[in-house]
Ligand binder design. Structure first.
Ligand code: GDP
Ligand code: IMO
Ligand code: MG
Length: 419
């Protein structure tokens, strides 16, 4: 039948979990294609919060869940999440045999590297994501298909240790290969029933069933397109579906970009519209901007349409889901960044170099604020100025609106039908 994709257009935490849960009701299968348990996606149903790190956020709708080949899997986290979800819903899960496994040394290295970088650190989630993807590219990864086969796993682990033992030593890591083997072989045993060739599976159903691809992180954290080196190590961009799920991108007939009505970032790196004073504080408190995965306070600022236009261009966004509109309730004036000023010139493109991005001055358009968007369920019921704000974004990006989110709950959602 067809496929849709949900991608974050900022630095993550745009509300992809809520939007994925919303669209999951209309599909048969929900797929993660990149990232790992650095993601934290929240779904709120009847006032209860559910947090997904690895399993697709379509889980609560009882849909078939797929973890694609482009994801890096921490097996212990996956088992915990399966356990959590099985208390609320039936589980029908398939994990790619090609997905790489996050090993304990990846997590340790992530922590050590960050410490060594001191004030130059990236501010990673310390979940071993970067080191795991680095090993994958260096051809030193372990795949799920190997983890679930004890003999293959042992052989692979021994080979990797042959090559990496010296590096581990240099890092002061004292790793007991037997201990790791025992612990991980046990995870492998437990996860075996879920591991399969997801590429053939997805391609076998794509013409008959509805598939939803759920991006993790956000476009500005993409290893290729983001604010390198302050990025994650995967491809959240919609094109990541091709490498991370093995599906022909032409089968994806709608790419929905999720945009928070303002912007946030966790960790270090440039953020032109960051508000360090009262406004930033206000957005953080009102928006509950504390990390779903690490609990860290998120940096907050005004909506950056230069970054959003760049994201929309590269992803090929068909429709926008704008979240957390309610958080802007009560502000007298709302600013939107529509350009960057740098060394006396105005730029409307997103600079590739962070030394420039760190020093640009945002050019703002000021729009009038409103009261009372919170909880609205129909577009017509939104305050006039809130609609004006939404239209400004949609026109500026030249992308239609499809969803407006006015609260964390499932019910606080406005759908806009295409003309
Ligand atoms: P994700 O990583 O993109 O899935 O986003 P997170 O779940 O990490 O962060 C988004 C946070 O905002 C979560 O706590 C959501 O429950 C919450 N949220 C989502 N949409 C809305 C909304 O429209 N209004 C408010 N107030 N909260 C929302
Ligand atoms: P979701 O899917 C926000 C950030 C980290 C850090 C950088 C690299 O919930 O939107 P990593 O651990 O990936 O090597 O960290 O990326 N980061 C996120 N920020 N939301 C996320 O996921 C993130 N996943 C990683 O804070 O700056
Ligand atoms: Mg998140």
């Amino acid at each position: 039948m067809g496929a849709k994709a949900i991608v974050g257009l900022q630095w993550g935490d745009e509300g992809k979990g809520k939007i994925t849960d919303f669209f999951s009701s209309q599909v048969d299968v929900v797929v993660r294609y990149q990232g790992g348990n650095n993601a934290g996606h929240t779904v709120v149903v009847n006032g209860k919060k559910y947090k997904f790190h690895l399993l697709p956020s379509g889980g609560l709708r009882g849909k078939k869940l797929v973890i694609g080949n482009g994801v890096v899997v921490n097996p212990s986290v996956l088992l915990d999440e399966i356990d959590m979800l099985s208390r609320h819903s039936k589980i029908d899960l398939m994990v790619s045999d090609r997905a790489n496994v996050i090993m304990p040394y990846h997590i340790m290295l992530d922590g050590i590297d960050e410490e060594r970088l001191k004030d130059k650190k990236i501010g990673t989630t310390k979940r071993g994501i970067g080191p795991c993807y680095a090993d994958k590219i260096a051809r030193l990864g372990i795949r799920m298909g190997e983890l679930v086969d004890k003999e293959l796993f042992k052989e692979r682990l021994e080979t990797i240790f042959l090559l990496k033992e010296k590096i581990f030593e240099a890092y002061g890591l004292h790793l007991d290969i037997n201990e790791i083997f025992e612990e991980y072989a046990d995870y492998g045993e437990k996860l075996k029933p879920y591991v399969d060739d997801t590429i053939y599976y997805l391609n076998s159903i794509i013409d008959e069933k509805e598939i939803l691809f759920e991006g993790a992180q956000g476009f500005l954290l993409d290893i290729e397109y983001g604010t390198y080196p302050f990025v994650t190590s995967s491809n959240p961009v919609a094109g990541g579906i091709s490498t991370g799920a093995g599906v022909n991108l032409r089968k994806v007939d709608a790419i929905i970009g999720v945009l928070k009505a303002y912007i946030t970032r966790v960790g270090a790196g440039p953020m032109p519209t960051e508000e360090k004073g009262k406004i930033g504080e206000h957005l953080a408190e009102k928006g509950g901007e504390y990390g779903t995965t690490t609990g860290r306070k998120r940096r907050c600022g005004w909506l950056d349409l230069v970054a959003a236009r760049y994201a929309s261009m590269v992803n090929g966004i068909d429709a926008l889901a704008i979240t957390k509109l309610d958080v802007l309730d009560g502000l007298e004036k709302i600013k939107v960044c529509i350009g960057y000023e740098y060394e006396g010139r105005i730029y409307d493109g997103f600079p590739s170099m962070i030394n420039i991005l760190e020093n640009v001055k945002p050019v703002y358009e000021e729009l009038p604020g409103w009261e009372g968007a919170r909880g609205k369920k129909r577009y017509e019921d939104l305050p006039f100025n809130a609609r004006k704000y939404l239209n400004f974004i949609s026109e500026w990006l030249d992308v239609p609106l499809t969803i407006i989110s006015t609260g964390a709950g499932r019910e606080d959602t406005i759908t806009i039908q295409a003309d």
